[in-house]
Design a protein around this ligand. Sequence first.
Ligand code: ZN
Length: 204
Amino acid sequence: MKTKVNHPDFEKLPLVDAEWTEENWRHLLDYLVLNDVVSYKEITSLVLGHLNPSQVGTSIASKKTFQAHFPPRKTWQAVREWHLSQLGRCVDCNTRLELQADHINPRELLGDTADTLENMTLRCRRCNVVRRPSHKNGGLTHLTAESALMWILFTKKPTTYQEYALLCREYGLTMANIRFEEAWAMARWLHREGKYEISDDSKF
Ligand SMILES: [Zn+2]
């Protein structure tokens, strides 16, 4: 099945992800909606869910190392004050999405003594992961790994699985190949609906 569902200007997107403008991102969003991959309702619902600073405070308050600094049953009150005093944005990239409580000076250096409210800040999930030495290439797509897997699929449009897996490695994704194979299912599902081109020499 030969299909071509490119949005008119899709080929004009910058190759370097860091150079993407808001206009480019809007373009990709429109593309996903126009091709009935997702609806605006679904997108908005997801965004709203990720704006909720879920378990930012409660995860801290539930830890014994933090509780040790406060009288019995007073931890939450202190954590809540800390939580409210934050800016509500990631200290590294400024996003409001997917905020997590993160250490300023890492636990790897300080051990349990790192667990004080003064040493805690808000950092988004992506920036949190990218900080770890094992993920030094993780920032290449400026997305979380799970998003990057789909970003590569929809913007680079590899027509074979082999090409897709290669692209994923080039973008610094370090997970096992089976995760790429799993993500490739999206290409296969969309192909069946006439919305993604897969060439005959694709491995599967
Ligand atoms: Zn961030």
